[in-house]
Design a protein around this ligand. Structure first.
Ligand code: PFF
Length: 448
């Protein structure tokens, strides 16, 4: 292994070629793919929307993904210092910091939801989920109490432990074990759902194109989701990029990550819709779908406790590999900024994230759920601000930086001269204009 470059002050702890691709896929594939993607696909036109999503992913997502990876490897620093180094201007540090703050915020509540999935896996495997109160009541009772805090702590501790071990023996090894496991679970569950009686109606809902439902809003929803799904705008791919060897082709890595994320989203849709439709259930978005609607289906199918348990483990694994990437972003910053050891930086950041996440854990029906501002709970605000405001702003910063400010991106991107021009054009014009529109819609400045 060659050293990770001296300028960032990082040690030679870095990813192997496949380790990097797996870790980046692990970050991209997460809760977003499981409950948001299938639902918005159904709502905005099925296969027609899926097609638009693919176009957004390729035309805007991939160029920005490559830009983030290249900024990280070129700058060899965290999401803030990488841009300072490459531009020679201190002011970019502040812009880069926006995404670091965003990662920190997403991590704080993402750990809460990941905790719910662990609890449900436990309930399903032990059979406690079935045969009792209806699922809506069960879920309400669970998130209304203090047990979610225990699970949140569990997720934070597990994530922190992986990140503390380091890049190659911690994050890379964790993903190398879990991602193949994820694929096996995914395939098992796709087979299960497609062989259910009445699965066809769900496939139809998911994949039958309805072009009349396509609207300008649908296009922007697809684009916003492409960003969230590829973990863009939050400094993750910049931070991971700093641990990539100079020999690795970043354009190939970006292609692999984009394809992996897309495939996972597609297969998740093939699990969720056939299952909900086979049991005449209403597809919904978010916690309702995963924790209330799907258990009804699992209860009714043969070996439902097993498949339900596997489904929740699948969710938990997908969430954990994303959580690890989210925590690494502020950790890399703290290490560099205060010259702290990795272990110290991890535990300090994790403890603060846990505390900041507490109100989130207790505000979805729990002790502080009555505390709302403008009709939103603390949890809603964290989600809204990070996914709908900070994420597009962070994405905009990256496109403008890579498109207009960073002059010698060529050497990092390893593209042919022709593709390099296409890439620059996407970063200079297509991506920023579209991201501004996404920002205006998702932050509510323009109504849908
Ligand atoms: N990409 C993850 C998902 O689809 O669930 C979520 C995510 C992770 C978003 C990391 C942003 C991020 F920086």
């Amino acid at each position: 292994q060659e050293g990770a470059g001296g300028s960032g002050g990082k040690s030679s702890d870095q990813f192997s070629r496949y380790g990097f691709i797996l870790a980046a896929i692990g970050s991209a594939v997460g809760l977003g793919n499981m409950w948001k993607f299938p639902y918005i696909t159904g709502k905005y036109g099925g296969a027609a929307f899926f097609l638009v999503f693919i176009i957004c992913l390729i035309a805007v997502g991939l160029p920005v993904l490559l830009a983030e990876m290249a900024i990280g490897r070129g700058g060899r620093g965290n999401a803030s210092t990488s841009m300072v180094r490459l531009s020679g201007k201190k002011s970019w540090g502040g812009f880069g910091f926006i995404s670091i703050f965003g990662s920190f915020m997403i991590f704080s509540y993402y750990a809460v939801v990941a905790g719910w999935t662990l609890h449900y896996a436990y309930l399903s495997f032990t059979g406690q989920l079935f045969g009792g109160a209806d699922f809506g009541t069960q879920f309400g009772d669970f998130i209304g109490g203090y047990l979610p805090v225990f699970y949140q702590l569990l997720v934070v501790l597990l994530t922190a432990w992986v990140v503390a071990v380091g890049i190659s023996s911690g994050i890379e090894r964790f993903n190398k074990i879990l991602i193949p496991g994820l694929v096996v679970l995914l395939i098992l569950l796709v087979i299960r759902s497609l062989t259910l009686d009445g699965a066809g109606a769900g496939v139809e809902f998911f994949l039958n194109p309805d072009f009349s439902k396509l609207s300008p809003t649908a296009v922007l929803v697809a684009l916003g989701h492409a960003f969230f799904s590829l973990s863009l705008g939050m400094g993750v791919m910049i931070t991971y990029g700093a641990y990539v060897s100079k020999q690795q082709s970043l354009s190939k890595a970006a292609l692999a990550v984009g394809f992996g994320d897309l495939l996972y989203a597609f297969l998740a849709g093939l699990i969720i819709f056939p299952t909900t439709f086979a049991f005449n259930l209403e597809p919904a978005q978010g916690p309702g779908l995963v924790f209330v609607v799907l258990p009804t289906a699992f209860e009714a199918m043969p070996f439902g406790a097993l498949f339900g348990g596997l489904f929740f483990i699948l969710l938990a694994v997908a969430a954990l590999t994303s959580a690890v990437s989210l925590l690494e972003v502020p950790v890399a910053y703290v290490m560099e900024k205060w010259k702290m050891s990795r272990t110290k930086a991890v535990w300090m950041t994790a403890i603060i994230c846990f505390i900041v996440g507490l109100p989130s854990a207790l505000s979805v029906g729990g002790a502080v759920s009555g505390l709302t501002f403008g009709g939103k709970t603390f949890f809603d605000w964290m989600d809204f601000l990070s996914s709908n405001v900070l994420l597009p702003v962070g994405g905009l910063v990256v496109t403008l930086f890579a498109g207009w400010v960073w002059k010698d991106a060529y050497s990092e991107a390893d593209l042919t001269p022709g593709w390099y021009k296409v890439w620059k054009f996407a970063l200079r014009w297509v991506a920023p204009i579209l991201v501004v529109l996404v920002l205006l819609i998702s932050s509510g400045v323009i109504s849908e």
